[in-house]
Each structure stands twice: as structure tokens, then as C-alpha cells.
Design a protein around this ligand. Structure first.
Ligand code: UD1
Length: 428
């Protein structure tokens, strides 16, 4: 299991210029595994999750569940994680964990539904935007919860249980949709949720809950009807493949050139990014769960606009900015989901990229070459995009703040080396 302290003094060194060739396997989706782990709190007993990635965020969520009273065991070699939930659990998510990983707030819905009470540290600002909880709070309040905040904590109470309600989300927030789905499954009566997020990980949470005994109608639609049940049962479940990691390997191959076959890929969740990648001139073919990307490194710039699923995912926006930085022509990348997600662009400029920001638009003029330099990854996807840029930069790129990469990418450096990249991880 990933160690929270081991990567604080480590860097990744990349010598640009080597093509990528071979096969790489993608593990289970971070953004699904974390939510299934939190949802396990809804049932007493042992839940088994398969294909759970060995990443830092899973370590943090495991620690959070332990503090709530659960026994958690993760066997990374078998990719299996078990969570044994006792009859009585605590109801507080501490600040030291929430500040490390905002997704810790995923326990808000389960704790409130299960215990009638939740005290969750407020996540505060982070490197990619303010990321409020107002849509979560508005929905839970409609379901009868009393919510207050003081001393940096959100306190939610529903001593008589939550009540089903008709809720229209102001914005299809992934986190708020998940909180309200989780709240609805154990509420009294019927909950109707409109304008919910349709990200594959949200739909997968619904399927997981069905397996636990929940009654949910309308999965894969923009509205859901949830019939509250008395109790849920623990279950076994396999996590879906990580679409953002899949997209990262596809972009890395496009930029570095070569031919890579991505195993356990999920092309069906990546329609828009793969369409955009094809427009850059890259050859893409898929065969069931395998996706092959072939590139001569000669790329055409491509415009991107991020939107809730099935729109272009904000989590692949940094990668496409990096790609455009070495493509022929100019492109505009527009960010509509997180307001501060262009911060990492300053690091790309250190590599010589020609990039200008105007509000939520990023204008990129492609260059023939980037130039290796020391850079810092400010969040998970920014760090991955900087590694992609380093693969094609002249000379050496040194990425510090490796912790961000470890939060979401399992075995990234060994996999890159296996594919032929000249990359190493070093302690400083
Ligand atoms: C999840 C993903 C993240 C992804 C994002 C959008 C996890 C652990 N993380 O984040 O990787 O980039 O979906 O696909 O699953 N907002 C509010 N009020 C709220 C909730 C959200 O204003 O109550 C805003 C946020 O500030 C942001 C936008 O809505 O600007 C989208 O946030 P949301 O969809 O909730 O993303 P997360 O669940 O945080």
C-alpha cells in the first residue's frame, strides 16, 4: 500500500526524446474506488472491492475509514481491498485527511444516512478551484438535514432520518450527485434527482448500491428515482477501469510518438477525448478492452472545451494543453468546470510553451520543441501532463511534488520505463 510520507522528498527525472512502445495495463478508476469505499459504510459487514488501484488517495480513504471504526485491508498484489464495517461507526472526517484529499467529503452522505450525523472538515481552497459544497448542502437540507458550520467543520444532523425529496441540482456536480444518491438510498420515501452528473463513476456508484440492495431507477439518465430502503447489505464489486489514466497513456503516446496498446482500457467512456486525439492525426483503434494508439509525433493543434460528461473531461484538460504546446498550429482550450485549473500552465511555460490565459480560455501556439526544466505538479492531472511534456522536451525535466502523481497514478514511472521512456525516480 502507498505510504503517505515516502514521496515527500522524491523527484521524477525525465530525459526527453524517447518514443513509447509496448503494452500498459490501466487499473481501477480512482474516482470510482474512493466512492465505493465511502459507500461501503452504508452496510454493516465486509465489502470486497476488486481492481482497486495502489495509489495514495486509496491509502488516505483507508485511513479515514479506519478512524471511523472500520477494519480495512488492501492487498495491492491481488488488487483487492476489504472493508469490515462494524454496527456502530464514528461520524467525523478529520481535517488532516480532508485537506490531503478533498474526496474525503464522500463520507458525508453515508455517515448522515447511516448514523443520522456527520461532522466533516471543510476542504477549503485547493490547487484547482474553490470547489464549494453548496449543492451538497442545498440537497441534504431539502431532505430534512440540519446543517451548520463552525471551527472549520460542517455539521449535518438528521436524527429522525432523511426524508425523500424532489431535488433539481443547480449544476451536475459529481460530488453532490453522489452525496444525494447515497443520502436517498436510506431515506424515508422517494427521492427524485434531476440534472445529476452522468459521469461513468456516478453511474457505477448506483450499480454498486443496487448490488447492496438499494432501489434506484433511471441509471444512465439525467434524472434518478430512488426508493428508500431500511438497510443495505455488504457486497463484492470490481472497480471500472480508470478513463483518465487511459487518456493519459493515449496522450503520452501521441506526444512521445510510438505505438502503445492500453489494456483494460474503456474506450466507451472516452468518446470525446479519443475523437479529439484522432483530430490531431494520431491513429487509434480499439478491440474490446484494448486501445491502441500509434503516433509519429507530428500532431495538429486541436480546440477543447471541458464540460460535464459526456463532454470533454476537465481531468484531461492539462494533457491536451501540453499536447497543443508541441502541435502544428494554434488552439484554444476552454475550461468550464473548475475556475483555477490553468495554474499549472506557468510550469508549462517554464518548459518553453507559448501559452496565454484569458479568463477561462487558454490560447496555445504550438512549437517544434519544448526545453527541459525543473517543474512542480500542483495537482494530480497537472503533474501527469507535465510528465507528458517532459517526454518530448529537449534535455532533462525534473518534476518535484511527486506526491500529486502518486495520489492518482499507480506505478507510473516503472510503466513509462517499460515502454521505453528514459525516466527515473530519485530521493533528494
Ligand atoms: C470530481 C472528480 C474530479 C473531476 C470532477 C469533475 C472525484 C474524487 N473527483 O470532483 O476528478 O475533475 O469531478 O468531473 O471524483 N461545485 C460547487 N458546489 C458544490 C459542488 C461543486 O460550486 O456543492 C462546483 C465546483 O467548485 C466545481 C464544479 O462544481 O467548479 C464541479 O465540481 P464537481 O463536479 O462536484 O467535482 P468533484 O466532485 O469535486
Amino acid at each position: 500500500m502507498q505510504d503517505v510520507t515516502s514521496n515527500l522528498n522524491e523527484i521524477i527525472r525525465i530525459e526527453g526524446g524517447a518514443p513509447l512502445n509496448g503494452r500498459v495495463r490501466v487499473g481501477g478508476a480512482k474516482n470510482s474506488a474512493l466512492k465505493l469505499m465511502a459507500a461501503s459504510l452504508m452496510a454493516t459487514g465486509k465489502t470486497t472491492l476488486r481492481d482497486v488501484p495502489d495509489i495514495l488517495d486509496v491509502t488516505i480513504m483507508s485511513e479515514l475509514l479506519r478512524r471511523l471504526g472500520c477494519e480495512v485491508a488492501h492487498d495491492p498484489s491481488e488488487r483487492v481491498l476489504t472493508i469490515d464495517v462494524p454496527e456502530s461507526i464514528r461520524h467525523q472526517a478529520d481535517y488532516d485527511l480532508v485537506r490531503k484529499m478533498r474526496a474525503s467529503t464522500a463520507v458525508l452522505g453515508p455517515l448522515l444516512a447511516r448514523t443520522g450525523e456527520a461532522d466533516v472538515a471543510l476542504p477549503g481552497g485547493d490547487a484547482i478551484g474553490s470547489r464549494g459544497l453548496d449543492i451538497h448542502i442545498a440537497g441534504l437540507t431539502q431532505m430534512g438535514a440540519e446543517i451548520t458550520s463552525d471551527h472549520g467543520y460542517l455539521h449535518a444532523k438528521a436524527p429522525m432520518g432523511l426524508q425523500g425529496a424532489d431535488i433539481v441540482l443547480e449544476f451536475p456536480s459529481v460530488g453532490a450527485s453522489e452525496t444525494l444518491i447515497l443520502a436517498g438510498v436510506l431515506a424515508n420515501g422517494v427521492t427524485r434527482l434531476e440534472n445529476i452528473a452522468r459521469e461513468p463513476e456516478v453511474m457505477e456508484l448506483c450499480r454498486f448500491l443496487l448490488r447492496m440492495g438499494a432501489q434506484i431507477e433511471g441509471i444512465d439518465d439525467a434524472s434518478l428515482t430512488i426508493y428508500g430502503v431500511e438497510a443495505l447489505n455488504p457486497t463484492e464489486y470490481t472497480v471500472i477501469p480508470d478513463r483518465i489514466v487511459t487518456g493519459t497513456w493515449a496522450v503520452a503516446t501521441a506526444m512521445a510518438s510510438g505505438r502503445v496498446t492500453i489494456e483494460n482500457a474503456c474506450p466507451e467512456f472516452l468518446e470525446m477525448p479519443l475523437e479529439k486525439l484522432a483530430q490531431t492525426g494520431v491513429e487509434i483503434s480499439s478491440n474490446g478492452r484494448e486501445l491502441s494508439v500509434t503516433s509519429d509525433g507530428d500532431l495538429k493543434a486541436v480546440d477543447v472545451v471541458t464540460l460535464p460528461y459526456p463532454g470533454f473531461p476537465t481531468d484531461l484538460q492539462p494533457h491536451f494543453i501540453a499536447l497543443n504546446a508541441v502541435a502544428h498550429g494554434s488552439a484554444m482550450v476552454t475550461e468550464n468546470v473548475f475556475e483555477a485549473r490553468f495554474r499549472f500552465v506557468q510550469e508549462l511555460v517554464r518548459l518553453g510553451a507559448d501559452v496565454h490565459i484569458d479568463g477561462h480560455h487558454c490560447f496555445i501556439r504550438g512549437k517544434a520543441r519544448l526545453s527541459g526544466a525543473p517543474v512542480e505538479g500542483s495537482d494530480i492531472r497537472a503533474a501527469a501532463a507535465l510528465v507528458c511534456a517532459g517526454l518530448v522536451a529537449d534535455g532533462t525535466t525534473v518534476l518535484s511534488d511527486v506526491v500529486h502523481l502518486d495520489r492518482g497514478y499507480e506505478g507510473f514511472v516503472p510503466a513509462l520505463r517499460e515502454l521505453g521512456a528514459v525516466v527515473s525516480r530519485e530521493s533528494i
